[in-house]
Write a protein that binds this ligand. Structure first.
Ligand code: NAD
Length: 481
């Protein structure tokens, strides 16, 4: 059986303990590879390599760092088919999604930061003829990067690329649930000739490898994407150590539909924003609010479109909804559907496990599920489910829908559908979220700030904000006379 290896000091190596974890294919429910069950000894080896590589990497010219990143981007594009297949097998997502979104976006992340670093500039503040201040932006040191399973290579590269571009060296941990494409990325980095120790990947469990990175006394910066409970735990350890922290956490995003929207565009996009990647995108709009005059029409049309979505094997042509990522996650989602029923919800479509035939009989499939009749502040409408489950709620006024939209502890993304110009801006102004999409969803310009408010996180990724995060500003004041 294939063994995934750690990438430490430029080499692919087994964990020091020689212990391994099973890696499941969610489409079949079968183990198909083994991943290192690494521990603090492997993290220490990775840190030592990263520390040794830091002086040279951090002082390498931006042009040269850029060239490495652009080479990695080109190699990801070159290996697109292989990477997409690996992502689909590891995560359960439709192959087409991996081919058109995950892997191209991972290449874009490296490409974007490979070029962004060339345009990154710091400030100067003149005190007329008394003095001039200029700000140096220096790479922080060895960066700890920890990422989740839902968009494995996409989100892993979203951290690692700006860290490397900024001149940090990296100790990174991908999710143990979906480690394969990070492993393939380590092969690509070797092919790209990335100097040894600059980028290190340690595979394994959050409680062992992740914890060892977060609590490492000489790793001064943690960039984390994952669940809110994990983020809270990490902050509890890292904050008293005065580490720089970027936390991209959970969401419970509202999708607000006014009756004056462009109906067909809204319907097609809402299908995507509800069920893309089996609803396992932190930006999915899981709470759909519909202005009352449109409610019945929307419900009928939406449910009929949802029923037509093909749940199937991820690599099969035409599959729109693949497997959810793991058996525990499948059980969690199904338990929320039960909860919704107990809370008085009516399941309009879906609500069940799907058992496919043949090799796929043991896979983790769930019918896309639409529920109505729930109070906006019941648990189903307040807690993150992170699966193919959405709720429908009617509303009458802007004030009412804003109150419901803003009622959760989360504040990551939001979607508003209206052709009314000033209403669109009014809503954007008042929604508690780091991201507002008006008449679109998942349209991303990599220069824009990415992240959430409240329990959805602290700090922003994206654009120069990420380069700010991975560098420390130092003001130099020069007296002129
Ligand atoms: P998770 O919090 O369980 O795990 C995320 C990562 O943290 C994994 O690599 C895991 O091994 C590691 N980890 C777990 N315990 C740790 C610990 N004690 N110390 C250090 N690291 C630890 O999240 P998940 O289930 O992999 O991902 C799903 C969650 O991620 C959802 O809540 C989703 O909303 C969120 N997410 C947020 C964004 C965003 O940009 N805001 C993007 C994608 C996913």
């Amino acid at each position: 059986m294939q063994k995934i290896l750690n990438y430490i000091n430029g080499e692919l190596i087994a964990p020091q303990s020689d212990k391994w974890l099973d890696n499941y294919n969610p489409a079949t429910g079968k183990v198909y590879s083994l991943i290192p069950d690494s521990d603090s000894a492997d993290v220490e080896a990775a840190y030592t390599a990263a520390k040794a590589a830091f002086p040279e990497w951090s002082t390498l010219s931006k042009d040269k760092r850029s060239a490495y990143l652009l080479k990695i981007a080109a190699l990801i594009e070159q290996h697109l088919d292989r990477l997409a297949l690996a992502e689909s097998m590891d995560n359960g997502k439709p192959l087409k999604l991996a081919k058109t979104v995950d892997i191209p976006r991972a290449a874009s992340n490296f490409h974007f930061y490979g070029t962004a670093i060339l345009h990154y500039a710091s400030h100067a503040h003149s005190m007329e003829d008394t003095a001039i201040n200029y700000t140096l932006r220096q790479p922080v040191g060895v960066a700890g990067c920890i990422s989740p399973w839902n968009l494995p290579l996409y989100l892993f590269s979203w951290k690692v690329a700006p860290a490397l571009a900024a001149g940090c060296t990296v100790v990174a941990k991908p999710s143990e649930v979906t480690p394969m494409t990070a492993y393939l990325l380590s092969e690509i980095c070797i092919e790209a000739g990335l100097p040894k120790g600059v980028f290190n990947i340690v595979h394994g469990l959050g409680g062992k490898v992740g914890s060892a990175i977060v609590s490492h006394k000489d790793i001064p910066l943690i960039s984390f994407t994952g669940g809110t409970a994990t983020g809270k735990h990490i902050a509890g350890i890292a904050a008293p150590m005065f580490k720089k922290l970027s936390l991209e956490l959970g969401g419970k995003n509202p999708n607000i539909i006014f009756a004056d929207c462009d109906y067909e565009k809204m319907l097609a996009t809402t299908l995507q924003s509800s069920f893309a990647n089996q609803g396992q995108i932190c930006l999915c709009g899981s709470r759909i609010f519909i202005e009352r005059p449109l409610y019945e029409k929307f419900k009928t049309d939406f449910v009929s479109r949802v029923k037509a979505l093909k749940v199937g094997a991820p690599q099969e042509e035409g599959t729109k909804v693949g497997a959810v990522v793991s058996q525990p996650h499948q059980e969690k989602i199904l338990s929320y559907i039960e909860l919704a029923k107990q809370e008085g919800g009516t399941v309009l479509t879906g609500g069940n496990k799907v058992i496919l035939e043949g090799d796929y009989a043991g896979g983790y499939y769930i019918d896309p599920t639409v529920i109505e009749g729930l109070d906006f502040n019941c648990r189903t409408n307040q807690e993150e489910i992170f699966g193919p489950v959405v709720t429908l709620t009617p509303f009458d006024t802007e004030e009412e829908v804003l109150k419901m939209a803003n009622s959760t502890t989360y504040g990551l993304a939001s979607i508003v559908w209206t052709e009314h110009l000033t209403r669109a801006h009014r809503m954007a102004n008042q929604i508690h979220a780091g991201i507002v999409w008006i008449n679109c969803w998942l349209l991303r310009d990599l220069r824009t700030p990415f992240g959430g408010v409240k329990a959805s996180g602290v700090g922003r990724e994206g654009g120069f904000e990420a380069l700010d995060f991975f560098t420390e500003p130092k003001n130099v004041c020069v007296k002129l006379k």
